[in-house]
Design a protein around this ligand. Sequence first.
Ligand code: CUK
Ligand code: CUA
Length: 640
Amino acid sequence: MKFKPLNFLMLTLTGLFVFSACKNGMKQNSGILNNQSAAQKVYVAPGEHDEYYAFFSGGFSGQVSVYGLPSGRLLKIIPVFSVDAEKGYGFNEETKPMLNTSFGFVPWDDAHHPELSQTNGIPDGRWLFINGNNTPRIAKLDLSTFETTEIIEIPNSGGNHSSPFTTENSEYVVAGTRFSVPFPQKDVAIGSYKDNFKGALSFIKLDEDGHMDIAFQVLVPGYDYDLAHSGKGKSHGWTFFTTYNSEQSHTLKEINASQNDKDFIAAVNWKKAEEYLAQGKAQDYPTEYLINRYDEHSHTSTSITRNSVKVLIPEECPGLIYYLPTPKSPHGVDVDPTGEYIVGNGKLSADLTVHSFDKMMTAIANEAFEETIDGIPVLKFEEVLAGTVSSGGLGPLHTEFDADGNAYTTFFISSEVVKWKVGSWEVLDRAPCYYSVGHLMIPGGDSKKPWGKYLVALNKITKDRYLPTGPEMNHSAQLYDISGDKMEMLLDFPTVGEPHYGQGIAADVIKNRSKKIYPLNDNTHPHNIKSEAEARVERDGDVVRIYMTSIRSHFAPDNIEGIKVGDKVYVHLTNLEQDWDTPHGLSIMGARNAELLVMPGQTETLYWEPQKPGVYPFYCTDFCSALHQEMQGYIRVSEA
Ligand code: CUK
Ligand code: CUA
């Protein structure tokens, strides 16, 4: 976590807490079972499967990693925002367009929050959404293939942090800007922040085919929008965003953005927004953003450019948005499974503020407003407050829920998870985290029906938890059993990149949808071939297309001559295999586009411009059979 608001004092405090926690246990439950019973609880015998899938963001790695729980075994890394040599993602011609933006090809991003699609408020295992913070984007991953199939850019946004949280039936995926930026983007003095900078809360609609596009944006004051969660059950139709920096500072934020005692949770009524859209109340703002779509039959992707976005302005749309005052720079906002309680995690606070949806609706009906900011009524704090959790911890960030009416909140500074009762607000248990936990994940823990059972703490600082690996240690996850009254720590396991957040889902939901092959007959790639008999080399000017096939354990053709220096060579490799788990790879000596990894039944293209005459070996890069090492060939390149 790039946790900017922590000032030096707090960092010092962190150190103190961590070390005193180690020394005297801080009146905490030691949290650790005896080793033998902990080992039994996480042991998944060879050949057996885990009970849950866990999806973790890779932070600055730009990827998603997939783990099994409770074993903590790494199952897969799915490339999303970053090129990935292992899968050829962003290297082969088919996936390059996925990383296009209005700024050009941007092969990296900072991935924070994975979010599963939902049906009736329950994770359904169809898709996983994840945000890219830096060049604002949201990706959609298909969980039948574990591949990134769509990436949409978010205009009028900077630091796409309060994203991509979904509504109860994945009607929308929401995105809120962390940085306010000139709206629309233009060249202005940074000192004109208060006049020119605005925030945008985007609502991305999924059409019947599951394709994303921006339905509308809500123009909001120039604060920083940090996290979000949508309502469920009674609060269906609403989405809640935290916002801090109501001071509207643009410099030395660690001090300047922490002056106000309260910032806000913004409650957006998206059902109301739909009415305003239907009435034509939205304004068309010119902008530019891209939607990149991957088609699994042709195994190609294309970029679509959009040139405007619909914007709703709160002054013109009464009832669209309200502010709920919330103390101490709220970070996470989490809605309990019933949809009644909206938990604000004020990161500079010790207490949690819980708002009531029912009270919010009453306050709106009674117009119990403190003031109105840019057309947004600020509801009276006392009128919406349901309760306060006096946690005894410091630096609350995120809350998730179990199936029994309990909530679990992470505390970054005091480095612990605190369990409390929803409704009575009493603290039930606390367990230390090693060290400094950010998000936590309970399977289904932000949904209407949590599976519960396990909790994973996603810790920011690793230090001495593993064998040292030089100055940088992989971030650490910790697994707790939460099925009993007391949380019990079961396991530490290292993660990939910086796992900001995670989602968990019962394995069965996904297991049965997972594809094994792509049928060769369905392959509609423009350069596919269906058999070795069609393998050939075609020249058109300086463009050379090699139609190649792979099947255990040879390529066809495997000796290619007649290529000239400066040719534009496209190797279109079709993998003829029709067995599960038999990809073949391809690399050519000196080729800059890394490698291909072609799934059974698919076609992928390696683009190569040979620089020097010679004979270039090529080979299969994925160990595929006892004769994998024989799976190779030569390309002869002659002087032009
Ligand atoms: S997180 Cu992204 S900066 Cu609490 Cu979701 Cu830390
Ligand atoms: Cu094909 Cu190794």
